[in-house]
Design a protein around this ligand. Structure first.
Ligand code: CP
Ligand code: NVA
Length: 299
């Protein structure tokens, strides 16, 4: 069994295997087993896709909210994960603080319990989303090698996992974020060490000739108090609109992990255009999670 906390720790071979599993007809390796899905934050796509993917491998998924378990309030993250491992073959969690996932995985390893922990989004990263993103790009362009991807907006959890995954897969990533909302120097160096990832503050330059234009919300879950300030920093320069899309390749696609804030990071015109693959991308969360879960428990 293997934890799935970050794309970078999964590595190139792991990512390749997960993408293959995502497109394969897999045996029901989790027949009669439980999969715990713990959510500290709301979700539409991640909950539905992980539940249905678990069912497709024969498992019984159990959705658990933080209101019930109270991570580090009612019980410690360590106690919760070791107790859940008594009933479930995998523990997947969406948390505010990424370190909670690391503590969960650490407590299971310390207790010599062979139950993987899967990251369903943390403040640091969203690796399940990145697998679905690669699947979508692969389906559209027939591969990932050399595909130019422009990520426009906040250098957030989605951006980090996308950059790691795309770089590992041989794509070329250009990230454009406003100063102060970009990756720190250490993260930039680390990403550039994985593959072709570059950084700047000019959305139009990043978009030039790109096959994929990707954006995400300017205000992630947990940052709501900063929303007005962020709108002032990002808008209107970092909005993906028709003018920005016109800089990209003629056959460029638009991607967004969703939920979208129409009129902020993307216009209706772009997200509702034929170039937009956002619903395909959302649907791909299901096969992506099937591949991740299979890799984690049986790959
Ligand atoms: N993209 C994504 O993770 O959506 P949810 O927050 O609805 O799960
Ligand atoms: N960056 C967003 C992604 C939501 C799926 C957030 O963390 O809220």
């Amino acid at each position: 069994m293997r934890d799935f906390l970050e794309i970078s720790t999964v590595g190139r071979d792991g990512l390749e295997a997960i993408l293959e599993y995502a497109s394969a007809d897999l045996p029901k390796v989790l027949a009669g087993k439980g999969v715990a899905l713990v959510f500290e934050k709301p979700s539409l796509r991640t909950r539905s896709s992980s539940e249905m993917a678990a069912v497709s491998l024969g498992a019984h998924p159990l959705y658990i909210t933080d209101a019930e378990v109270g991570i580090d309030k009612r019980e410690s993250a360590e106690d919760i994960s070791v107790v859940l491992a008594g009933y479930h073959s995998a523990i997947a969690a969406r948390v505010f603080d990424h370190r909670v996932l690391e503590r969960m995985a650490g407590s299971l390893r310390e207790a010599a319990v062979a139950v993987p922990v899967i990251n369903l989004l943390s403040d640091r990263s969203h690796p399940c989303q990145a697998v679905a993103d690669l699947l979508t790009i692969q389906q559209r362009f027939g591969g990932l090698q050399g595909v130019e991807i422009a990520y426009i907006g906040d250098s957030n959890n989605v951006a980090l996992s996308l950059a790691e995954a795309a770089a590992l897969a041989g794509a070329k990533v250009r990230v454009a974020s406003p100063e102060g909302y970009d990756f720190d120097a250490g993260t930039r160096d680390r990403l550039a060490g994985i593959g072709e990832v570059s950084f700047g503050e000019d959305p139009l330059q990043a978009a030039r000739g790109a096959k994929v234009v990707y954006t995400d919300t300017w205000t992630s879950m947990g940052q709501e108090a900063e929303a007005a300030e962020r709108r002032a920093v990002f808008g209107p320069r970092f909005q993906v609109n028709a003018a920005l899309m016109s800089r990209a390749a003629d056959d460029a696609i638009f991607m967004h992990c969703l939920p979208a804030h129409r009129g902020e990071e993307v216009t209706d015109e772009v997200i509702d255009s034929p170039a937009s693959l956002v619903y395909r991308q959302a649907a791909n969360r299901m096969p992506a999670f099937k591949g991740i879960l299979y890799w984690a428990v049986a790959g």
